[in-house]
Design a protein around this ligand. Structure first.
Ligand code: GSN
Length: 178
């Protein structure tokens, strides 16, 4: 049996959460190495695992994959979730590209100074409602939530991560020295 993919990231959503979702949808079990210390990150650098000195890192099929989009593309193609032809793949890339732009706004929001946050949340909500959500059907969330593998991932006790809290933000800052 093939080894389980191994995911290296912080104990939070960040850029890894879409990868966790994709594996969950594909019904693939995965292991996680949770980064809590600077030393763990430096070891990954030393071992030459991080092409651009960045996580997410996914060990799969004898490869050390980095760059979120490259990882998602590989997994989607491997598990037949990347469309039936090039045109469908292009559409998938458009949707995921847009959502990744929105996710980036949300992700960095948690790292902003408190005084900027309140103002920014209105901007993010407005962008989400006016630009991104209208691209999806009204019944999309219900339909997706009812796919058995996703339903399972949405249950308590799964490897789905909670929204970032102060501990998560502090850990990322400590490990990456940002
Ligand atoms: O999408 C990607 O995987 C890359 N284009 C960006 C990855 C990235 O910025 N990773 C961060 C941590 S997760 N949040 O953004 C990272 O490893 N930063 C360390 C650094 O020195 O840049």
């Amino acid at each position: 049996m093939a080894e389980k993919p191994k995911l290296y990231y912080f104990n939070g959503r960040g850029r890894m959460e879409s990868i966790r979702w994709l594996l969950a949808v594909a019904g693939v079990e995965f292991e996680e190495v949770i980064l809590e210390t600077r030393e763990q990150y430096l070891k990954l650098l030393e071992d030459g695992f991080l092409l651009f000195q960045q996580v997410p890192l996914v060990e799969i099929d004898g490869m050390k994959l980095t760059q979120t989009q490259a990882i998602l593309s590989y997994l989607a193609a491997k598990y037949n979730l990347y469309g039936k032809d090039l045109k469908e793949t292009a559409l998938i890339n458009m949707y995921t590209g847009g959502i990744s732009d929105l996710m980036f706004l949300i992700m960095v929001h948690y790292f902003k100074p408190a005084e900027e946050k309140e103002k920014e949340i209105e901007f993010i909500l407005e962008k989400a409602k006016s630009r991104y959500f209208p691209a999806f059907e009204k019944a999309f969330k219900t339909r997706i939530s009812n796919i058995p593998t996703i339903k399972k991932f949405l249950q308590p006790g799964s490897q789905r991560k909670p929204p970032p809290d102060d501990h998560y933000v502090a850990t990322v800052k400590k490990v990456l020295q940002i």
